[in-house]
Design a protein around this ligand. Structure first.
Ligand code: YK8
Length: 177
């Protein structure tokens, strides 16, 4: 896999969790910017093993001319029970794009770690893997991988810059922060 984001932000870990993993106005705005539409969020629910789970459905807009312009997608998120509110959050998300070519071959796994550094600082690290449900022909596999990485890289680059803007807003006039 690859690490697309690994950065300390001047906000608390719980604030970062709230921005990314609740139905926040930040994530709503970010989805708008990314032209992710028809988003529906289910709320976090505890499963039998003690982890928390929720799922999201949305439609993504694709800029790649080789592929259709839109695809529906499902994102299943797990908040692991080892997470400690305000201290440490580990969320694993699996993203399935239903309407792209070869969609039945692959999905994307994103692992988010939010680690508190201090009261007003946290580190956000995102590790991504393209996973295969069945093995495609070699050329197809490299095609999928290449197209996935470029889309994912773009997404997290923009997420980082939007988070930096949010950080500035949170801290403006914040005095000693
Ligand atoms: C989530 C990974 C692959 C997919 C896309 C598929 C191309 C298919 C290649 C064919 C369009 C929000 C991506 C980028 C769509 C967007 C997904 C997002 C950014 C020709 C073989 C959606 C994070 C996320 C994970 C995976 C991304 C898809 O929160 O290239």
């Amino acid at each position: 896999g690859r690490i697309y984001l690994n950065k300390v932000f001047h906000m608390s870990a719980s604030k970062m969790f709230e921005l990314l993993f609740t139905d926040s106005s930040f994530i709503r705005r970010f989805m708008n910017v990314r032209k992710i539409t028809n988003a529906s969020f289910n709320s976090w629910q505890k499963d039998a093993t003690g982890n928390m789970k929720r799922s999201l459905n949305y439609t993504i807009t694709i800029s790649n001319p080789l592929i259709g312009k839109f695809s529906t997608a499902t994102e299943n998120q797990t908040l692991f029970k080892g997470s400690r509110d305000g201290q440490y959050y580990h969320v694993e998300s699996e993203v399935y794009t239903h309407d792209v070519p070869y969609h039945d071959y692959f999905y994307t796994q994103n692992r988010y770690h939010i680690i508190s550094n201090s009261k007003r600082k946290c580190r956000l690290r995102v590790h991504t893997d393209v996973k295969y449900k069945k093995q495609p022909w070699g050329l197809v596999k490299s095609f999928i991988t290449k197209n996935s990485w470029s889309g994912i890289e773009d997404y997290f680059r923009q997420l980082e810059s939007e988070l930096l803007e949010e950080e500035a807003e949170i801290n403006q006039g914040g005095g000693d922060s």
